[in-house]
Structure formats: structure tokens, C-alpha cells
Design a binder for this molecule. Structure first.
Ligand code: NAP
Length: 320
């Protein structure tokens, strides 16, 4: 099957099937471009680990996996093909580009990168060794293991506050540890957490170690104002301190900024003609399902324009 896919020159190859990638595939295939969607996990990106989405217009509330399933149905409805693959590199070319995965090479006139972002690690002792033994980055996946237990959540952004509040349906208490005395999260999420009697906060504190023999027993923290060190007993530690872009495979193209976010113009095209980027991997001011979907529609439409003009240009060159 992969051999057949490798022989073909696709109009568009979309790398990654989060909301941005799936929308790009929908727009590209509906415009009758031959489209291949490559994914290294399951379709949905971060939606798969999201309990509830309540800020995507048109749905008063929907679970992340349900929304992902609907998006996948839409993405493949107009003939886009789907294959498993972990993309390692894109090799530039005039007539087509090569999208190199661990075990295949696909040809594409245009490429839309939608590889998203992943959770940042604290990088402290105990975090790695106790990962999966009380250290988690996914409340939806692991929350139910902590019924009537005390949890700490590290971070002060939307994810920490939203997921911390979500965890109270299982935990007896959730303590959010933040390095400043003010949250970064949206006010509506802050207010929900402040009004939840199972949530409390430790301010101005950084986690220096995750403590535990075989399983998390607590976290060692340092107060950034007083330098006082203490241990907070806990049965689990959920870490939500931000995200980093999944863009290592594209560094050779010179399309990322110093932090690795992919820079595009307003058509979602990068500085390499025919290579677009959408969603969380892109340098942008807001990372939401809605913005990724918007990016995907713009990229799908502009990939169509790019492919049409490329085909015209190549046909003219052949005649001369
Ligand atoms: P984020 O917005 O970057 O917040 C990261 C938080 O972790 C900040 O409070 C930051 O502190 C703290 N932090 C960073 N490095 C740290 C370290 N080494 N030690 C301790 N604390 C550290 O990341 P996020 O919450 O994962 O959200 C990612 C993106 O997804 C954001 O754009 C967010 O808006 C979006 N999102 C939206 C929703 C929603 O709309 N419902 C839900 C989840 C995520 P400082 O504040 O001091 O910098």
C-alpha cells in the first residue's frame, strides 16, 4: 500500500492530523487536490487528551475525542488519503518536494505542516523516573487513577488551571503550584478554580524535585521570594508548564524562529514556496482549536492556488 502512495505525486501532503491539519485536508481535497494526510499517532492531536471543549463555536460542549472523530470524517470525506508515518525531513524541489518518513518517501507539490506542540518538561530530578508512576502530563488519561487522592498541578496557564479543576472530580484535593503570585490563565478558568473548594494554591514557588521511591510521594518546592524549601505531600504530580513546537524535522529548511515555532505569512506559507504551516506549531498569538481550524482553511485554500500556479508554470516551461 505504501509503495503505491510513494509512486504518486500528491498535490498536497499534510503532516499531522490535529484540528489544523484535518481542516487543511478537508479544504484541499474538497478543492479536488490529491491529498495525503500523514499522522504518527491517532487523528486528533491534543483533542484526544481533552475532556471537554467549550470554546469552539457551534458546540455548546463537546468531548475532545468526539470532535476529533467528526473532524477526521470531514477530512477524509472528499477523498483525502490517510497513512501512518513519522516524518523526519522535507527535501525541497521545484517540481515536487519529498516528505521523508521513517520508512517511506512521499512526493508532494505542496506540504502543510501541522505537527502541533508537546508538553514542556520541568527537567528536575524524579520527573523522568516517576513518569507514569504519579507524574503525568494528561489529566484526561490519568486522572481517574487518583480517586480520593491529593494531587499537585504545576503551572499557572490555561492548561494547569483548567486541568487542575477537571481533576477535582477524582481527587480529594488539588494544589496548584505556580511560580508567580498571579495566574496567566483566562479569567473564566481562574474564577472556576478559585470557586472550587477542592482547589488550593501555592504561590511564588518552583518545583525542584519530584519525590518518591516507586511512586510519587510529593514535590520539593522552593519559595522564590524567601528561598524557603519545603516538601508538599501528594500522590500525583500533573505538569502543565507550557508547550514546545514539534518542528525539529523542519529545522534544515530555516523556517523556524529561535524557539522553534514556524514562521508564516498571512496565507500560512513559510519562506519556502509551497510549504505551509498551521495550528500550534506556527508562530502565532493564540493557540486554540478555533485558530488551528482557521489556519487550516487558509492553508488548504492557498495550497490550491500555489499548486495551480505551479502546474501552469511547469506546463509553460515545458512548451518553451
Ligand atoms: P502557557 O500558557 O505557556 O502557560 C505555562 C505556565 O507554566 C505559565 O503560567 C508559566 O508561568 C508556567 N511555567 C513555564 N515554565 C515553567 C517552569 N519551568 N516552572 C514552573 N512554571 C513554569 O501554557 P499552557 O497552559 O500549556 O497553554 C498552552 C497554549 O494552549 C496557550 O496558548 C493556551 O492559551 C492554550 N490553551 C487554551 C485552553 C482553553 O482555551 N480552554 C486550554 C488549554 C490551553 P508564567 O505565567 O510565570 O510564565
Amino acid at each position: 500500500m505504501t509503495k503505491e502512495l510513494e509512486d504518486k505525486i500528491y498535490d498536497v501532503v499534510v503532516i499531522g492530523s490535529g484540528p489544523g491539519g484535518m481542516t487543511a485536508a478537508l479544504y484541499a481535497s474538497r478543492a479536488e487536490l490529491s491529498t495525503l494526510l500523514i499522522e504518527r499517532g491517532v487523528p486528533g492531536g491534543q483533542l484526544i487528551n481533552t475532556a471537554e471543549v467549550e470554546n469552539y463555536s457551534g458546540f455548546s460542549s463537546v468531548t475532545g475525542p468526539d470532535l476529533a472523530n467528526n473532524m477526521y470524517a470531514g477530512a477524509t470525506r472528499f477523498g483525502a488519503e490517510y497513512t501512518f508515518g513519522d516524518v523526519r525531513e522535507i527535501i525541497e524541489g521545484k517540481e515536487y518536494k519529498e516528505v521523508v518518513t521513517a520508512n517511506a518517501v512521499f512526493k508532494a507539490r505542496s506540504v502543510i505542516i501541522s505537527t502541533g506542540a508537546e508538553h514542556k518538561k520541568l527537567g528536575v530530578p524524579g520527573e523522568g523516573t516517576l513518569n507514569g508512576r504519579g507524574v503525568s502530563y494528561c489529566a484526561v488519561c490519568d486522572g481517574a487513577f487518583f480517586r480520593n487522592r491529593h494531587l499537585v498541578v504545576v503551572g499557572g496557564g490555561d492548561s494547569a488551571v483548567e486541568e487542575g479543576t477537571y481533576l477535582t472530580q477524582f481527587a480529594s484535593k488539588v494544589t496548584i503550584i505556580h511560580r508567580r503570585d498571579e495566574l496567566r490563565a483566562q479569567k473564566i478558568l481562574q474564577n472556576r478554580a478559585f470557586n472550587n473548594e477542592k482547589v488550593d494554591f501555592i504561590w511564588d514557588s518552583v518545583v525542584e524535585e519530584v519525590v518518591g521511591e516507586n511512586f510519587v510521594e510529593g514535590v520539593q518546592i522552593r519559595n522564590t521570594k524567601t528561598d524557603e524549601v519545603s516538601v508538599v505531600d501528594a500522590d500525583g504530580a500533573f505538569i502543565y508548564i507550557g508547550i514546545i513546537p514539534n518542528s525539529k524535522a523542519f529545522q534544515n529548511l530555516g523556517i523556524t524562529d529561535e524557539e522553534g515555532w514556524i514562521v508564516t505569512d498571512e496565507t500560512m506559507m513559510t519562506s519556502v514556496p509551497g510549504i505551509f504551516a498551521v495550528g500550534d506549531v506556527r508562530k502565532t498569538v493564540l493557540r486554540q482549536v478555533a485558530t488551528a481550524v482557521g489556519d487550516g482553511s487558509i492553508a488548504g485554500d492557498n495550497a490550491y492556488k500555489y499548486v495551480e500556479s505551479l502546474k501552469e508554470e511547469l506546463a509553460t516551461a515545458r512548451k518553451v
